[in-house]
Design a protein around this ligand. Structure first.
Ligand code: TYM
Length: 335
């Protein structure tokens, strides 16, 4: 059975890009294979943060996933730091990761430039921890948005290099080289105010982002104010980033292709109609999530219990990989 792994940061409020690019795929993954999802609190300490807030945000993000349909009865859902194997494998993988590759990562460049005080070494090592997340489970597929393509390429390279160096006979104890699973529509949702830049919690203002927990009125307002162009012609293309983004969102929210979404707009009188259609589709998609969220978030004991049960299952899988890696690398006694 296909093993699927993905991780999500407990930072900031989750937005439409996270939902369409990743969370929707997590939910679908539960029907396609053995799904393992992780709230990556160790990644969150690579930039400035507040400890108490981090702990809260792990619970926020977990409740959001549960409200979206991630179901601990049908997947493994856990907090990264609960499974120590991730940290150990990160260190071991540094032996097959080139510093030059880490230095060239786009996210490293932009995140290190954005730090006001300390540029922690964790920003550089971030992709190695991400590689360890996936490789510890020998996952076949990694559902992510387009912005993670580079990180997936790096983990593939780590796995290949590890196998060539430590499992040269190609036996079953090697690491699995994972494939990314980037959605056909909505892999890169853009900021509504600056549609040439991806929707992101770290840059831009709230007007450009739709949050998963936004009320319908806020969604409508943000859609109506979305930046388009002066043509009033509904078509997609590189010269029309704002309209293209809105049509992409419409298609992703309705679960159709871009062509099908355009066909439903044949009678639209212009961008006003397009924006209202987008707001309706997004509200239909996110409304049920918002309605379920509050009750789930209120029960912190239930969230912690679900995470602990998930961690126990995750550890069982990761421990086997770590045993193989330690053995192959000559680390620790033979057992
Ligand atoms: P994070 O938490 O920043 O984002 C979570 C997921 O949301 C996707 N995403 C988007 N998709 C479409 N349009 C956008 N504007 C948009 N913005 C974000 C991201 O691609 C991601 O899939 N490094 C990862 C977390 C991680 C991880 C892993 C992912 C840690 N370990 C192992 C996969 C496998 C991150 O920062 O995600």
């Amino acid at each position: 059975m296909t093993r699927i792994f993905s991780g999500i940061q407990p930072t900031g409020r989750k937005h439409l890009g996270n939902y369409i690019g990743a969370i929707q795929q997590y939910v679908a993954g539960q029907d396609r294979g053995e799904a393992i999802y992780c709230i990556v609190d160790l990644h969150a300490v690579t930039v400035a943060y507040e400890p108490a807030e981090l702990r809260r945000r792990v619970l926020d993000t977990t409740a959001l996933l549960l409200a979206s349909g991630v179901d601990p009865a049908r997947c493994v859902l856990f907090r990264q730091s609960d499974v120590r194997e991730h940290s150990e494998l990160t260190w071991l993988l540094t032996s097959v990761t080139a510093v030059g590759e880490l230095n060239r990562m786009h996210q490293f460049k932009s995140k290190s430039a954005a730090q006001r005080e300390l540029v922690g070494a964790g920003i550089l090592f971030y992709p190695v921890l991400q590689a360890a997340d996936v490789l510890a489970y020998r996952a076949d597929e990694v559902p992510v948005g387009e912005d993670q393509r580079e990180h997936i390429e790096l983990m593939r390279e780590c796995a290949r290099r590890y196998n060539a160096r430590f499992v040269p006979d190609g036996g079953t104890t090697g690491l699995v080289v994972p494939e990314h699973r980037i959605p056909a529509v909505g892999a890169r949702i853009m900021d509504l105010q600056e549609p040439t830049r991806k929707m992101s919690t770290s840059i831009g203002g709230d007007e450009g982002r739709i949050y998963v927990l936004d009320e319908p009125a806020a969604i409508l307002k943000k859609c109506k104010r979305a930046v388009t162009d002066s043509e009033n012609e509904i078509r997609v293309g590189p010269d029309k980033p704002g309209v293209t983004n809105l049509v992409d969102i419409l298609a992703a929210a309705r679960g159709t292709s871009v062509e099908a979404a355009l066909a439903t707009l044949a009678d639209a009188r212009g961008y006003g109609d397009l924006k209202v259609a987008v707001a309706e589709a997004v509200t239909d998609m996110l409304g049920p999530v918002r309605e379920r969220y509050e009750a789930l978030r209120a029960d912190e004991d239930a969230i912690e219990a679900a995470l602990a049960a998930g961690a126990a299952k995750a550890r069982e899988i990761a421990a086997v990989t770590l045993h193989d890696v330690r053995t192959a690398m000559g680390v620790g006694p033979l057992s």
